[in-house]
Write a protein of this length. Structure first.
Length: 585
C-alpha cells in the first residue's frame, strides 16, 4: 500500500503485465465474449453427423409450411382453418385479433412459428454437451425473439393502427427515441424514464437509521410501527449484485415495511458498491464484515441472543454459509432462516450454467484482472437477454415503434441501479459454487472453516418463484435435499426472480406448499428428491406468500416486548435510512 494525499493508503498498483495480457485477450474476445462461435460450430458439426435427423426436421418444417399456406388460403376465402402451430398460451406478442383475422398476417405468423419449431428440432437432433446445448439454446432464443414479426413496424398491426391514428407522429417520435437510445443508451431501449424514481424519496423510504458502518456495509435499523414487537429481531441479508432496497421498494410493496407492520424489529444490510480498490475483497470478507458483524451489532442493541435472518439470492447463499459457519463453532445465534430465490445446491443452475463453465469463467477472470471488478453491464446483459421478449423487444416496440414512454415501474428502476462485483470474490463465487458446487458438497471453506450443511439445524423457510430464470425453482428446491437435519418449509410462488419477491397480497397472487404425510401420529413434510414429484403433490393457495411467511415467522420470533431504542451508546445512529452506500454509483 502507498500513502495518498488524503492520508488514506492507496491500493498497490495492479500488475502491468497482467493488464496487458488481459487487454490482448479482451481484444480477441470482444467480438464473441460469451463463446457463441464455438457453440455454433460444435452444434453445426453435430447436426451434420446426424443426416437422418436433419432430414426429418426439415421435412416437418416443409410439411408445416404447406399446411400453413393452405390454412391462409382458406382464411382468405372466409373459412377459419387452424394452422399447424399456435403461439404459446402466455405469449402476449400476438394477441391482436389481426393475427388471426388477416390472412397475410396469419401466414407471416405461421412461418415465424414454424421457423422456431425447426430450430428447436435441429437442436434436438444435435448431440452436444450440456454447456453447448444451453449456450446455443440461449442464442437461438435471442435470435428468434429478434426476428419476431412484431418487431417490424410493417408487420405489427398495433403499430400500424397507432401510426394511422396519429398521422405518423408516433413513428416520428419513436425514431427520435431510437436515435437517442443509440447515442446515449448503447443502442438498447430504455426500460425506464430517467428520474422517474428517486432512492430515498420514492424507493427505500421506510423510516430508519444507520446504526453501524464499516468498509463493506451499512446496517440500517428501522423504526417500529407497533406498540410491541417480537423479542427476536429480524435481519435482512440482501445480495450485493444489486442495491439492498429491492427488499424495501415503494410503500405498499416493501417487504421490510410488511415485516415491521407485523411486529418485527427489522435490520437491513446495505452494501458498499465496490470499485478497483476492492479487487482483493473475498467472500470471506462478506461473511465476517457482513452478516456476522451485523449480528454482533443487533445483539448489542436489542439484547437478544438470537435473530431471525432473511437472505435473498446471493445473500441467501451467504446466509446458508453463515449458518454452517456458526454451527461449526457451536454458536446458535440464528433462530430461523428464510431463503428467498436462493441457490444453495448449484447442480441445477439453469441457463446461467451455460456461462459459468471453466472456459467462460477464465474469460471473465481475464477481463476482471485489468479492472479489479466485474462491471454491472456485463452481468445485466445476460440477465436481460434471458428474457429478451419482456425486457428488450417489449420496450423496443413500445418506445421505438409506438412512440410511447416506458411505463413507470419501480422494479425496473431498481434493476437499472446495479452494482459491481470485486474480482477476487466473484471469481471464487463462480468457481466454488457454479463450477464446483462446493457448498452443497461440503467442500467450501470460508474464514478458515470448512462448511458442513449437515451441521445446520433449526427451521428454514425456502421460497422459490416458478418463472425465475436466475435461480430456477428446481435448483432452489435442491436446498431441501442438502439440509438433512433442518426443518424446511418449501414454498413456490408465482412470477419471476424479482416479482416473486415483491409480492404483496393481491387477488392474482398464489403460492404452493408441500404436501404432508402422517407419520407416527404427527405430520411430516414430504420433500422427494425429484422437484417435479414435489410439484405434482403440492397444494396451491390463493394469496401472497408474504401472508404465509408472516404466520410462519411470527411463530418463531418469541414473545411480544417493548420496542428497543434506535441504536445504543456503543452504536449511535450515524445517519438516516437509506444511508450513504446505497447512493454510490
Amino acid at each position: 500500500m502507498t500513502p495518498s494525499s488524503n492520508g488514506k493508503p492507496d491500493p498497490d498498483p495492479p500488475d502491468v503485465d497482467a493488464i496487458e495480457e488481459a487487454s490482448e485477450f479482451e481484444a480477441l474476445e470482444s467480438l464473441d465474449p460469451l463463446g457463441f462461435t464455438e457453440a455454433w460450430s460444435t452444434t453445426a458439426t453435430a447436426a451434420l453427423q446426424n443426416p437422418a435427423g436433419m432430414v426429418e426436421a426439415w421435412s416437418r418444417y416443409v410439411s408445416g409450411l404447406v399446411e400453413a399456406s393452405t390454412a391462409a388460403a382458406d382464411r382468405a376465402r372466409g373459412t377459419e382453418t387452424a394452422g399447424p402451430v399456435q403461439p404459446g398460451r402466455r405469449d402476449r406478442r400476438f394477441r391482436d385479433p389481426a393475427w388471426e383475422e388477416n390472412p397475410a398476417l396469419f401466414a407471416i405468423l405461421q412461418a415465424y412459428l414454424l421457423s422456431g419449431r425447426l430450430v428447436g428440432d435441429v437442436l434436438d437432433e444435435s448431440e452436444v454437451d450440456e454447456v453447448t446445448e444451453q449456450r446455443i439454446g440461449f442464442l437461438a432464443d435471442v435470435v428468434m425473439d429478434a426476428m419476431a414479426p412484431t418487431n417490424n413496424p410493417w408487420t405489427n398491426p398495433a403499430v400500424m393502427k397507432r401510426a394511422l391514428d396519429t398521422g405518423g407522429a408516433s413513428l416520428m417520435r419513436g425514431f427520435q427515441t431510437f436515435m437517442d437510445d443509440l447515442a446515449n443508451n448503447k443502442g438498447m431501449p430504455r426500460q425506464i424514464t430517467p428520474g422517474t424514481f428517486t432512492v430515498g424519496k420514492d424507493l427505500a423510504v421506510t423510516p430508519g437509521r444507520v446504526v453501524y458502518r464499516n468498509e463493506l456495509m451499512e446496517l440500517i435499523q428501522y423504526e417500529p410501527r407497533t406498540e410491541t414487537v417480537y423479542a427476536t429481531p429480524l435481519l435482512m441479508s440482501p445480495p450485493w449484485i444489486n442495491k439492498y432496497y429491492i427488499m424495501d421498494l415503494a410503500p405498499g410493496r416493501s417487504f421490510v415495511e410488511w415485516a415491521i407492520e407485523h411486529g418485527h424489529t427489522v435490520f437491513a444490510i446495505s452494501y458498499h458498491n465496490p470499485d478497483a480498490a476492492d479487487r482483493d475483497v473475498r467472500l470471506d470478507d462478506y461473511l465476517i464484515n457482513g452478516p456476522i458483524a451485523a449480528l454482533d451489532v443487533i445483539r448489542e442493541i436489542t439484547g437478544a441472543e438470537q435473530a431471525n435472518i432473511v437472505g435473498l439470492c446471493l445473500g441467501g447463499t451467504l446466509t446458508a454459509a453463515l449458518r454452517a459457519y456458526l454451527s461449526s463453532a457451536g454458536e446458535h445465534r440464528i433462530a430461523s432462516t428464510t431463503l428467498l430465490n436462493t441457490l444453495v445446491d448449484f447442480s441445477r443452475p439453469g441457463r446461467l450454467g451455460a456461462f459459468t463453465d471453466r472456459a467462460s469463467v477464465e474469460r471473465l477472470e481475464r477481463r476482471m484482472a485489468a479492472r479489479g471488478f466485474l462491471d454491472a453491464s456485463e452481468m445485466m446483459g445476460i440477465f436481460t437477454f434471458m428474457r429478451s421478449n419482456d425486457l428488450v423487444w417489449n420496450y423496443a416496440i413500445n418506445n421505438w415503434l409506438m412512440g410511447e414512454d416506458p411505463h413507470p415501474f419501480d422494479i425496473l428502476s431498481w434493476n437499472a441501479d446495479s452494482t459491481r462485483m470485486p474480482a477476487n470474490m466473484h471469481s471464487f463465487y463462480l468457481r466454488s459454487c457454479y463450477m464446483g458446487n462446493e457448498l452443497a458438497r461440503g467442500e467450501m471453506e470460508l474464514a478458515g472453516t470448512r462448511l458442513d450443511l449437515g451441521a445446520i439445524h433449526g427451521d428454514h423457510y425456502v421460497l422459490a418463484a416458478i418463472e425465475d430464470h436466475i435461480a430456477p425453482w428446481e435448483g432452489s428446491y435442491m436446498t431441501t435435499q442438502v439440509l438433512p437435519n433442518a426443518d424446511v418449509r418449501y414454498v413456490l410462488s408465482a412470477a419471476g426472480h424479482i416479482a416473486g419477491i415483491v409480492n404483496p397480497p393481491s387477488p392474482k397472487a398464489w403460492y404452493r406448499t408441500s404436501a404432508t404425510a402422517h407419520l407416527h401420529g404427527g405430520e411430516a413434510v414430504v420433500h422427494p428428491a425429484d422437484p417435479k414429484e414435489w410439484f405434482d403433490a403440492s397444494v396451491q393457495h390463493q394469496g401472497s406468500w408474504w401472508e404465509d411467511w408472516a404466520e410462519w415467522i411470527g411463530a418463531r420470533a418469541g414473545e411480544r416486548v417493548k420496542p428497543p431504542r434506535m441504536g445504543s451508546r456503543k452504536h449511535r445512529p450515524v445517519g438516516d435510512a437509506p444511508g450513504t452506500y446505497v447512493h454510490e454509483t
